[in-house]
Design a protein around this ligand. Structure first.
Ligand code: FAD
Length: 545
């Protein structure tokens, strides 16, 4: 068996190592266009900022080490230029010498990744404008900063854009973030990104939402970035982080099927439309785990796992890829934002029925010093309670809760299962009722009808003649510090003795700080014959809007 692999980083290197573990006899040739294999793309922003101080730490392994340990024939600076499917050969250009040659294969794995999107904006090729994909890019960006950059502009507020903003600020560079959409981190729902925007502002970052770069000009003092609004921003460094596009040239030119967004089409064994060619990583179209529809999700975890699966199938083990949930996490200064599965806007786009809850728990017991808060949003089926997606933003413990929920989604669990989850607890790590259990209690209570809730949007959007009486059940001190306009303040501890102040006709909507006292208020009022609903997540959720 002669296996040829194109692309030597996340998916390609994983496939190669797995292939060798499965077969000592196979001839395995790995082509990588760049000078490095298996480098840590995900660490690049932190090398810009200096948290990762040594460049060599970004090299997870080298061609030499891959050869020594796995007996792989690794050829760096070798670009595969074409695939001849009929003859089962690839044409390779040795970039050092310019020499071209052919290499035959029995099986081929494509792992060419995705390239940064370069929008056709006038001036985009000017010096000082970069995208970040590999070590060569990061070397240039670092060199530019070392020459002295006062102002930088990052275009695109996705995961990589935000990581770059943080690291530029760490380097003392004044940074402006420009984003086309009306929110940062577009995969998340907008209200969940409010803490991130507040944190960016607190760190001195100028965030321009609903804005796009329409032109770049070189002046004596550096670059000028022209925005759609007409604003002109001076900068010595611009980094474009507006997304990636699958590297599908080889696939397209050799007639392999690709999807509408350019991802190489594969089946669940990661086999392309050619029975001898597999494809993995950012270059492929995957099945969305929740919706069951084709999508593209460029993430390192899926790429690595897909590499293993493709190698399994090459060597006769029938391994399947289950689809991608889009479980992702990003740090923005002291804030962590993470998500898994479907967002609310994706559910709305797909016209799927859903319900949602918000909770605002601490990462561990409040009485133990150092507890950090978070907001956790859970989306689920309105009848079965099956979990569709979750997002969390806050301090410590966000990643752990999203990981647990990612497993729950993959296991097909419901909100009722979350009530029963047994999770590790000691006061410095969690709570006896973990945020995961709390989310289960709130969501399951809602579905059982014990805890009637109303979404904040419905309250805010109600026309004046249909508005419910709004009762804030927090303390007068909390009420004075800020409340939803028009609310009446009756603290929950006084509610039983002040029922006479409330109308028996029409619906009452209650809220508290995070939803818990509001829940108690609904129990009191419901059992006294009132029609009542609680605003899930309370005033803290209102503050996100
Ligand atoms: P890549 O890792 O991009 O590897 C593809 C390789 O193929 C490239 O080196 C390319 O040179 C080579 N190649 C392409 N065409 C040819 C050819 N014709 N001949 C020879 N070689 C070729 N994901 C996360 O999950 N978490 C993170 O925190 C995260 N952070 C990131 C930060 C940055 C700055 C970047 C750029 C990406 C980040 N990602 C992150 C995404 C993650 O790195 C990718 O999803 C993952 O690397 C994809 O793996 P891949 O094997 O498909 O492609």
């Amino acid at each position: 068996m002669k296996l040829v692999i194109i692309g030597g980083v996340a998916g390609g290197a994983s496939a190669a190592a797995r292939a060798r573990r499965l077969s000592e006899d196979a001839e395995i040739v790995l082509f990588e266009r760049g000078p490095d294999v298996s480098f840590a793309n995900c660490g690049l922003p932190y090398y810009v900022g200096g948290t990762i101080a040594q460049r060599e730490k970004l090299l997870v392994t080298t061609a030499e080490r891959l050869h020594a340990r796995f007996n792989l024939d690794v050829r760096t600076r070798s670009s595969v230029e074409a695939i001849d499917r009929a003859a089962k050969k690839v044409r390779v250009r040795d970039l050092a010498s310019g020499r071209e040659y052919e290499e035959s294969y029995d099986k081929l794995i494509l792992a060419p990744g995705a390239m940064p999107i370069k929008p056709p904006i006038p001036g985009i090729d000017l010096p000082g404008i970069f995208a970040l994909r590999n070590l060569q890019d990061v070397d240039q960006i670092k060199a530019r900063i070392d020459q002295g950059v006062k102002q930088a502009i990052v275009v695109g507020a996705g995961f990589i854009g935000l990581e770059l903003v943080e690291n530029l600020v760490r380097r003392g560079v004044g940074t402006t973030l420009v984003e086309l959409q009306d929110q940062v981190l577009p995969p998340l729902d907008k209200e969940m990104t409010t803490p991130i925007v507040e944190k960016l502002a607190a760190k001195g970052v100028t965030v321009l939402l609903g804005q796009s770069a329409v032109g770049f000009e070189q002046t004596a003092g550096g670059l000028i970035v022209r925005l759609k609004s007409g604003q002109q921003l001076p900068a010595q460094l611009v980094i474009m982080g507006v997304g990636v596009r699958p590297e599908n040239k080889l696939a397209v030119e050799s007639g392999l099927e690709v999807g509408p967004r350019g991802g190489i089409r594969v089946n669940d064994h990661l086999l392309t439309s050619d029975p001898d060619i597999y494809a993995v990583g950012d270059a492929i179209e995957v099945v969305d785990y929740v919706f069951g529809e084709p999508t593209q999700v460029p993430l390192a975890g899926p790429a690595n796992r897909q590499g293993r699966i493709a190698a399994d199938n090459v060597f006769g083990r029938s391994s399947s890829y289950r689809g991608t949930q889009g479980t992702a996490v990003v740090g923005v200064f002291e804030i962590t934002a993470a998500m898994t599965g479907a967002s609310e806007k994706a559910l709305q786009r797909a016209k799927r029925p859903y319900r949602k809850i918000y909770i605002h728990p601490a990462n561990h017991a409040g009485y133990y010093p150092g507890a950090e808060g978070m907001v956790l949003k859970l989306l689920f089926h309105p009848e079965t309670g099956r979990i569709f997606g979750a997002q969390a933003v806050g301090g410590a413990g966000v990643d752990k809760r999203i990981d647990v929920l990612a497993v729950a989604i993959q296991a097909g669990m419901t909100v009722f299962d979350l009530e029963e989850m047994e999770l590790a607890y000691a006061p410095q790590y969690g709570s006896a009722k973990d945020p995961i259990n709390m989310a289960g209690f709130v969501a399951a209570g809602m579905l059982r009808g014990d805890h009637p809730q109303i979404d904040l949007e419905a309250v805010l959007a109600a026309p004046p003649d249909e508005q419910s009486l709004l009762v804030d059940v927090r303390t007068p001190q909390e009420f004075c510090q800020g409340h939803i306009p028009g609310a009446l303040n009756i603290p929950v501890d006084e509610l039983r003795s002040r029922l006479g102040e409330l109308p028996r006709q029409g619906q009452i909507v209650v809220y508290c700080q995070v939803g818990q006292r509001g829940y108690l208020a609904t129990r009191i009022l419901q059992q006294s014959g009132f029609s009542v609903k609680n605003i899930g997540g309370g005033y803290k959720t209102y503050r996100l809007w």
